[in-house]
Ligand binder design. Sequence first.
Ligand SMILES: Cc1ncc(COP(=O)(O)O)c(C=O)c1O
Length: 396
Amino acid sequence: MKLSQRILGIKPSATFAVDAKAKELLNQGKDVISFGAGEPDFISPPAAFEYAETAMKKGKTHYTPTPGIIELRQEICNYYQNRFDLKYTPDQVIVGCGAKPCIYEALAGIIDPGDEVIVLAPTWVSYIEQIQLLEGKVVVVETQNNDFIPALEDIEAAITDKTVAILLNSPSNPTGVMLPEDTIKGIGQIIIKNNLWLIWDEIYERLVYGQAKHVNAVQVVPELMSRTMIINGFSKAYAMTGWRIGYVIAPKELASKINALQSHLTSNPTSIAQWAAVGVLRHSNDDAIKMKDIFSQRRDLICGLLRDMPHITFPEPDGAFYVFVNVQQCIGKQYEGKVIEDDLSFCSILLEAELVAVVPGSAFLAPGYLRVSYASSTEVIEEGMKRLKRFLQKIV
Ligand SMILES: Cc1ncc(COP(=O)(O)O)c(C=O)c1O
């Protein structure tokens, strides 16, 4: 029987695939170490459990308003006011089942078939699939040769009369690199000049280390407010991946259209999880800071260990919890007689030989790289890096 072209064209998420493979090997009793998942290993903050439990006991287990309970949308507005000095109203906030579907809904709000969306490579896996599902065209601007910061002239050169939006993610998954304020300003001006939308995914905004400071694009260029959809969520900052709560903040008219779309898809995100999110916004700022501080120590640890390894280079990540490792020097060389043809074969030979799982850069439109997530304990990082070093030392 027939399957649609749409569904046949979808590639499964590479990050989930790597993690699933690692879990399968673990279930077979193998001592696998996975640096595949983009998922904090901490327990969600206590307030999430307290609020969820109270919500259950009070019978708050029914449909909620489509865009989310007013208490949560108001807390999100308060958060943006306090953190970025940006004024939004609850009718501009749509809470969804994670940031991922919110990005899809945001894209659906602006893409007609054939419309072009500019993304920066390396790019997060799901942007590409989502744009294509909507029959949009992905236009890629490469950043590899420029320390992963886009050159403004490359962005301008990518714009055509079909361009509807630029999608930016800072701090970045997969590189951990953050866009400098000047670059944000420059891109903001290009967006305004060409009458485009900005989709601003700042889901890692709380995970920023050392001297680096996250800035919101609308805070930097206030004129962007009427043409920006902000994407954020609870998965990364509050270790709440499984609760599936994220949100999009949009100009009112577009927000009401996204609301209509969501009313036909999920109706609303889970009521109890929404209350958990209210709980963390009210009470878990310190928990989020503690988790960030631990990520910061892990970043220093993993970068120190990686610096000591042959054949590789990487940009020092300022945010998120990934290191994007350049393994181009290994391509064409051999590991115990096996030729490393590309990043994909690097990953599969590494997994086979040392039981270490990492995600190939090709999944992020950056062949020749690996994404290593350091959302794991110190012991796991130390053991995994010991194995990776041993692997690299045997490459000839
Ligand atoms: C850049 C980026 N945006 C959005 C998401 C979606 O997060 P969630 O759907 O868990 O809220 C992720 C998750 O990996 C991500 O890395």
